[in-house]
Design a protein. Structure first.
Length: 455
């Protein structure tokens, strides 16, 4: 059978919609605000911004380059450069670029499921007239319910498979063309409302006036992990999206665009949440529950209009999640359908079945399997549930390791003539800065982070 044809984005703009869609997700709207709040506000934001510029943008360019230059899905892309003595290592990195997104997807689709549950719940008024403490117990109830968790996870995997099965142009592009503008409009409405009615001044000071004494090694690690996850780095997502780029599009411009938009949305999410959280005097450093426990209380206190904003907010989260889950499924599906003997739709369904099976165990680690610690005998995995192990391996260990190895690959193994041509910057100052960052700064920086997180 002939391998499936390699498609291309209709334009640089549709690539941007899709890549920003991949980057903008639960990481920006759910995780970023609570991590900022837990890590001292402005100090965290400042370090985060520095890491996006120094490590994030050079790595985005590197991953886009590998994809575009090879015109192949991640594993085949890494194999296609060839000729290196370390080729076995690069092949392994290719595998890792396929498997990390699958690992992330198993827990990401469970959390995406929560957002669907909350969007519906807000719509039908489940969160109206909340008694004291009811919001926290409703969130606990969701986590304690295997049926609910598995139902919503199944739906989010189903939606993702349905989109990816249709292919690049009729699946992914059509989806991001609708969801990304919708996401943007909802976000602007929420930010305007929160800034006008809430405590904008305090939120601004909280996010942009750093208290330098709060900068610690742990804060730097948290910021780096958040930046990697938020920019979809160290996994096949950006690489496979890069492989659908045509030659006429500027990789540096696209990378800067993605980083800029992703960071902008994370900051805007802060301005949609903190002003109302401050104005209503609820705890802003409540951790992962900030969005799922604290916000429903605030929406409830707002009265009638709160329900509308509640629905909008959780729709925003759900849209952001879906444009990310499709980018997490795409690398493996593209690899299986372009390089293997599977039709795309079949590959998507098979991947979905594997994800669902593992996802069930992940969902159940919130309740029935809460006390199962699969690798608990190893110090590194002590106390981690099934979910915890998968998340740690995919979103910490291998995501960082991938970024580290790919910067070495691009900086030291790929021919300079290839990188020069792909970047399209000529042998300019900008190219030299990028090359310097990729050769030295990124590997050393990520190596340091990796050492601290994992070893
Ligand atoms: N960046 C997305 C977010 O912030 C999640 C995501 C999509 C991702 N693709 C990825 C994370 C690849 C890591 C790797 O929610």
């Amino acid at each position: 059978m002939q391998a499936a044809k390699h498609e291309h984005w209709s334009s640089g703009f549709t690539f941007l919609l899709a890549a920003v869609g991949s980057a903008v997700g639960l990481g920006n709207i759910w995780r970023f605000p609570y991590v900022v709040a837990e890590n001292g506000g402005g100090a965290f934001v400042l370090i985060y911004l520095a890491i996006v510029v120094i490590i994030g943008i050079p790595l985005l360019m590197s991953e886009l380059m590998i994809g575009r230059s090879s015109q192949k899905p991640p594993l085949a892309a890494m194999q296609s450069f060839g000729g290196s003595k370390a080729q076995k290592l690069w092949n392994a990195v290719g595998w890792s670029y396929l498997l990390v997104p699958m690992g992330i997807l198993t827990f990401y689709s469970v959390v995406a499921g929560w957002t669907l549950d909350y969007a519906l719940g807000m719509g039908i008024g489940t969160f109206n007239n909340l008694e004291d403490g009811a919001s926290a117990s409703m969130f606990q109830e969701l986590l304690a319910s295997p049926v609910k968790l598995i139902f919503w996870m199944t739906l989010s995997i189903g939606i993702t498979v349905g989109i990816v099965a249709r292919g690049l142009k009729s699946g992914l592009e059509q989806t991001v063309k609708i969801l990304m503008p919708a996401l943007f409009v909802i976000l602007v409405i929420l930010v305007l409302y929160a800034s006008i009615t809430g405590d904008f001044a305090r939120s601004f000071a909280f996010m942009f006036e750093p208290d330098f004494s709060k900068i610690t090694p742990e804060l730097v690690l948290m910021a780096a992990g958040q930046a990697f996850f938020s920019l979809s780095l160290g996994s096949g997502a950006i690489m496979v999206y890069g492989s659908y780029l045509t030659r006429d599009i500027s990789i540096p411009k696209m990378a800067v665009g993605v980083a800029f938009a992703d960071t902008g949305v994370a900051l805007l999410a802060g301005f949609a949440i903190f002003p109302i959280v401050f104005a209503f005097g609820v705890d802003h450093a409540s951790g992962p529950g900030l969005v799922f426990v604290t916000l429903p209380i605030v929406f409830n206190d707002m009265g009638g209009i709160g329900q509308i904003f509640g629905v909008l907010f959780f729709m925003l989260l759900a849209f952001a999640a879906i444009t990310s889950t499709i980018s997490l499924l795409e690398p493996m599906v593209a690899q299986l359908s372009e390089e293997g003997r599977f039709k795309r739709a079949r590959a998507a369904v098979y991947c979905g079945a594997v994800l669902w099976t593992v996802g069930v165990f992940v969902a159940l680690s919130n309740n029935i399997l809460k006390d199962v610690h699969p690798l608990g005998f190893l110090p590194l995995f002590e106390g981690k549930t099934i979910e915890g192990v998968i998340e740690f391996l995919s979103a910490n260990v291998f995501m960082l390791l991938n970024g580290l190895l790919v910067s070495i690959f691009v900086g030291w193994s790929v021919k300079r003539s290839v990188t020069l041509e792909e970047m399209g910057l000529g042998d300019s100052m900008l190219f030299k800065i990028w090359f310097l960052l990729v050769r030295f700064v990124v590997p050393l920086g990520v190596g340091f982070i990796f050492y601290d997180v994992v070893l």
